[in-house]
Design a protein around this ligand. Structure first.
Ligand code: GDP
Length: 323
């Protein structure tokens, strides 16, 4: 099947071909990558129509329970939902804990939902690139809401925040000292915060935690910022607060759109992504460079022994790369 035929099949949302196209996008083989770029070029004119929402939170917070509930709600609203995952840790452990279809029991049975696990090969840069390109494919196939799931491992939150329109942080009832345990970085990235498991005996704690978190958010975000990220409570398990969550996400979109910032954000993301790829590829070329390979062992040895400073060592490697 050539690129044209696969692109057409993707547009017709033929699932097997969509899966095939995603596999090409995820592949590290040059011929696959070339084919993937051809397919993407064909589909690019129609891209950008879906609303992209990132969801992060530590394992156990209830991401899959929540995505299952939110996804079902969105289907009821007439949307078509794609769930993608960014989990660079799966490249080390060989198994993805995200995007496993069995974790979203109801959604995975739905015809208008498409769930794709994280690519299990590659660096964070590679996984993020594959996910961005997969977004174009699922958009072309007609999915109009894309949920991108990630765990708070390393830089994956930053990578996902940079590819979505709205970045949501799920957390549990943490108060006082426990609040310190939440990475400040994720609170800076979040557009919406939701304290999950606000049900039964946990409800009161969750409400209190939400108030404290809202206070923390006010310290992080300037008073006059366009959007002050709200802190909600919800129960993914009991389906409480799902509708309000989605209304908040839409309000965020409306606020940004009215201020003319929504499209500008996407354009900025595209430019940043371009440079990210330049950085990744330069790094790869440096690592692959025969000149660098020839001297790296020796340079490392001298730096380790203290006969060469790190700065001079770096200079020698860069000189070799340039030559
Ligand atoms: P993930 O690792 O973030 O995907 O978390 P899961 O969705 O797998 O949820 C972890 C556990 O928490 C499971 O046993 C869920 O049933 C439970 N859980 C998820 N959401 C809620 C909730 O809103 N309330 C309660 N009480 N339990 C929940």
């Amino acid at each position: 099947m050539d690129a044209d035929a696969i692109a057409t099949a993707v547009q017709e949302n033929r699932r097997a071909d969509l899966a095939r196209a995603i596999t090409l996008v995820e592949s590290t083989r040059k011929d696959h990558r070339d084919a993937a770029q051809q397919i993407l070029l064909k589909l690019l004119p129609g891209a950008g129509s879906a609303y992209r929402v990132g969801i992060t939170g530590v394992p156990g917070v209830g991401k899959s329970t929540f995505i299952d509930a939110l996804g079902m709600y969105l289907l009821e609203q007439g949307h078509k939902v794609a769930v993608l995952a960014v989990d660079p840790s799966s490249t080390r452990t060989g198994g993805s804990i995200l995007g496993d279809k069995t974790r979203m029991a109801r959604l995975s049975l739905e015809r208008d939902a498409y769930i794709r696990p994280s690519p299990t090969a590659g660096t964070l840069g590679g996984v993020a690139k594959a996910t961005r390109e997969t977004m174009i494919l699922v958009e072309a196939a007609g999915y109009d809401v894309i949920l991108v799931e990630t765990v708070g491992v390393g830089q994956s939150e930053v990578a996902v925040a940079n590819m979505v329109d709205c970045f949501c942080f799920l957390t549990l009832a943490r108060t006082g000292d426990q609040l310190q345990g939440i990475k400040k970085g994720v609170l800076e990235l979040a557009d919406v915060v939701a304290v999950n498991k606000a049900d039964g005996p946990f409800e009161k704690d969750a409400k209190r935690a939400a108030r404290e978190l809202a206070g923390a958010m006010r310290l992080i975000h300037p008073r006059d910022s366009l959007w002050m990220p709200p802190v909600l409570t919800m129960s993914a398990l009991e389906g409480i607060g799902i509708e309000r969550f989605w209304e908040t996400v839409l309000k965020h979109r409306g606020t940004l759109t009215d201020a003319g910032v929504f499209d500008e954000n996407r354009r900025r993301q595209q430019v940043e992504w371009t440079w990210n790829m330049v950085h990744d590829q330069i790094l790869q070329r440096l690592v692959d460079s025969p000149e660098v390979k020839a001297i790296r062992g020796d340079v490392e040895k001298q730096v380790r022994e203290g006969t060469l400073t790190a700065a001079l060592g770096a200079q020698q490697i860069l000189d070799a790369f340039d030559s």
